[in-house]
Design a protein around this ligand. Structure first.
Ligand SMILES: [Zn+2]
Length: 692
């Protein structure tokens, strides 16, 4: 069900993109006046703390939209904001209590705001805001403050205590006593999502999807609902909390009149306004079904909505809204609220369409063995979107690609939408320090390639990976699905296969002929980028002594070290040392392309024949092991550049211009103060009680 490219890949891609920035030349897309900054001075990174960077993105082209489109986007934006606090409560029952406390202190503390303790407190507050709760957004372990309990009590007592989320009859002292273990005790709610199979996953996870129930009870509860013959099953349990009431298991459904009603009423209020001015009948049908779903909580309606949403391909404006991804539930059943509002990037989508339109040519001309080629290959249909707003599970950390819906039978019978978040990817690129390029590239020519063509190379690589890479090749008759034949190596091998399709063709004149790149120099930049990342830079993501576990990282090292080894006799890629630093320099791009082709052919053979041992050997021999000395060197060099590994975004603000009760225009602002945005959200968009 991993259909959404979540943070891990986003981060990996960020690393890839680290090499393709172009700070000096300011080769930007046509810029739109942001209202607060001149075109080429837009600040993409505005803050860094702990392991986090705070970035901003722009809505290019917003001013050129019609008034009706702007108005529609504005309503969807408000609907997205109205639902945003649901995930705070879903992540942990007392997250909103903690947040309200932090907001109270940050906005009303009367003491010294220059002390070390205050700075530590602010880092904690920002980390909680960033994670939509008190657990690390990615690792899911509890964030432990670096200031003391005594200091915290002092902060509370010297703030506006009447604004605290006190229980009835509770005074500040009693409140401090109640909330201190929630914030400080490592044993209380220590992990948001526990995936350790040795313990009860439900009782050991702090998530608020369940209460007072065991893993066994949950499993049996939903097993009883399962109908084995149902070809179109609803996603049982997707939109409810399961808990005990009077010794009986009950689902508290997230709907109007049910749990989270105050937020959902507002979501629906704005969606109803959007429905009235929908772009076309199909979009209106989808929005109306979504409204119906929020009103009734009926999961069959959610499926109807998803089908209608998939069928809406003509609209420029799109929205993801609902309880979508299930990574927040240790049992993978409950959906976290998210919303992503977007408008199609017509120009960038043409690039993807041009590649998808040639899918058969790419298949016919690939180095695969004839029997492994598809006779009728269909590129996956995809578009590039410009994000206008992200909330809930999609913010502040964001995916860079979304592929929905999640229900397998809907994907099979009705298809899915695959989108790339163009302006988000762009902002990631623009936020990079040129320090990394200087640190990891040895010669001028590589440096020049990467600086000049790296951004386009990265975008094309991603497009081809998604649109023709995963779509290519066929499995021999009678051979099972790779998840059965290649087992735990299936993911890394499949990602490698898709990467190799992209690498093979990015050095093909065909891409110049169909007008998606100016010259083969783009291909060279892509190769430099891939080899340096796969053999050096990505090692910065793992801890000393660890091996590589994650599928994308395994595939990248596997490919890079395989071609390095196979090309050694002809010196295709050369390992060089200078001033105690290691570099990899490509001497022959043409021969490297042939090696990529050979490995692609072999990976396809492994997949087509289900050759587990060959797949295992490739990954284990080339993709897993880490040279400890080189790893140490990379960590030192990377740390010197000083870039935090995780990044998330401040959201743009849409402001309607009103005249006689009607919207006459919508303006965009790009706030730059993360803390201020979080305080504003707390003031203007907090629709839920602190405990639900
Ligand atoms: Zn992939």
């Amino acid at each position: 069900m991993k259909t959404k490219i979540i943070l891990f890949l986003a981060i990996s891609t960020v690393f890839l993109l680290s090499f393709i920035i172009n700070e000096e030349k300011k080769q930007e897309k046509p810029e739109v006046n942001s209202g607060i900054a001149a075109a080429d001075t837009f600040k993409y990174q505005v803050d860094q703390f702990a392991d986090i960077r705070i970035l901003r993105y722009r809505i290019s082209g917003f001013e050129q939209l019609t008034l009706k489109q702007k108005e529609l986007l504005y309503y969807l934006y408000e609907a997205a904001l109205a639902g945003k606090d649901i995930i705070w409560d879903q992540n942990y029952k007392y997250n909103l209590t903690v947040r309200k406390t932090l907001e109270t202190i940050v906005s009303s503390y009367k003491g010294d705001k220059n002390s070390d303790d205050w700075k530590k407190f602010m880092v904690y507050a920002k980390r909680v805001w960033f994670s939509n709760g008190i657990h690390h957004h990615y690792a899911s372990n509890k964030i432990i403050p670096e200031y003391s309990k005594e200091y915290f009590a002092q902060l509370v007592n010297n703030s506006n205590t009447s604004a605290l989320p006190l229980n009835k009859g509770e005074n500040a002292d009693a409140f401090i006593k109640r909330i201190t273990p929630i914030i400080f005790d490592p044993a209380v709610a220590s992990k948001r999502v526990n995936l350790d199979p040795k313990v009860d996953l439900v009782t050991s996870s702090a998530t608020n999807f369940y209460e007072g129930v065991t893993e066994k009870e949950v499993t049996e509860f939903y097993k009883a609902m399962n109908k084995p013959d149902d070809k179109t099953p609803v996603s049982y349990g997707l939109n409810s909390k399961l808990m005990k009431e009077n010794e009986k298991l009950v689902e508290k459904v997230w709907k109007i009149g049910g749990m989270y009603s105050p937020a959902l009423e507002k979501v629906v209020y704005w969606l109803e306004k959007a429905s009235v001015i929908a772009e076309n009948a199909q979009q209106k049908k989808a929005l109306d079904l979504l409204i119906q779903y929020y009103k009734t909580g009926d999961l069959k309606t959610f499926d109807d909505y998803s089908i209608a949403w998939v069928a809406d391909t003509a609209s420029a404006i799109d929205v993801v809204s609902g309880y979508i991804e299930v990574y927040g539930d240790p049992l993978g059943r409950k959906g976290s609220f998210e919303s992503t509002v977007s408008v199609k990037d017509m120009e960038a989508s043409k690039r993807i369409a041009a590649i998808g339109g040639q899918a058969q040519w790419f298949e016919d001309n690939s180095p695969l063995m004839p029997a492994h080629k598809k006779k009728n290959v269909k590129g996956i249909s995809a578009k590039v979107i410009t994000v206008v707003q992200e909330t809930g599970d999609a913010a502040p950390t964001t995916p860079i690609g979304i592929n929905l819906p999640n229900a397998n039978w809907i994907r099979q019978d009705h298809g899915s939408k695959s989108v790339s978040l163009g302006n988000i990817v762009y902002a990631f690129e623009k936020s990079k320090s040129p320090g990394l390029i200087n640190e990891f590239y040895l010669n001028e020519e590589m440096n020049k390639h990467v600086k000049e063509f790296g951004a386009l190379a990265g975008a094309l690589h991603t497009d081809m990976h998604e649109v023709i890479g995963h779509a290519s090749g066929q499995i021999n008759p009678g051979v099972g699905d790779p998840s059965e034949t290649l087992k735990n190596y299936a993911n890394a091998l499949e990602e490698g296969r898709a990467d190799l399709v992209a690498l093979y063709y990015i050095m093909d004149k065909k891409l110049v002929d169909i007008g998606v790149m100016p010259s083969l120099e783009v291909g060279k930049a892509s190769y430099d980028n891939y080899i340096t990342n796969g053999l050096l830079v990505q090692l910065a993501r793992i801890k000393p002594g660890d091996q590589i576990e994650e599928a994308h990282m395994r595939n990248r090292q596997m490919i890079a070290s395989w071609v390095y080894e196979k090309g050694k006799t002809e010196n295709v890629i050369e390992k060089k040392q200078k001033d105690g630093k290691t570099y990899f320099v490509i001497n022959d791009y043409g021969k490297l392309r042939i090696l990529f082709g050979e490995l692609l052919k072999e990976l396809q053979r492994i997949k087509s024949e289900g050759d587990y041992n060959a797949g295992k050997n490739l990954i284990e021999n080339y993709g897993v092991k880490v040279d400890q000395a080189l790893h140490k060197e990379v960590l030192e060099r990377y740390n010197k550049v000083g870039i935090a590994p995780y990044a998330g975004f401040i959201q743009p603000k849409l402001i309607p211009v009103m005249k006689d009760g009607k919207i006459t225009d919508v303006k965009v602002e790009y706030p730059y103060d993360f803390v201020q945005q979080m305080l504003d959200f707390g003031k203007n968009n907090a629709l839920l009680p602190t405990v639900n």
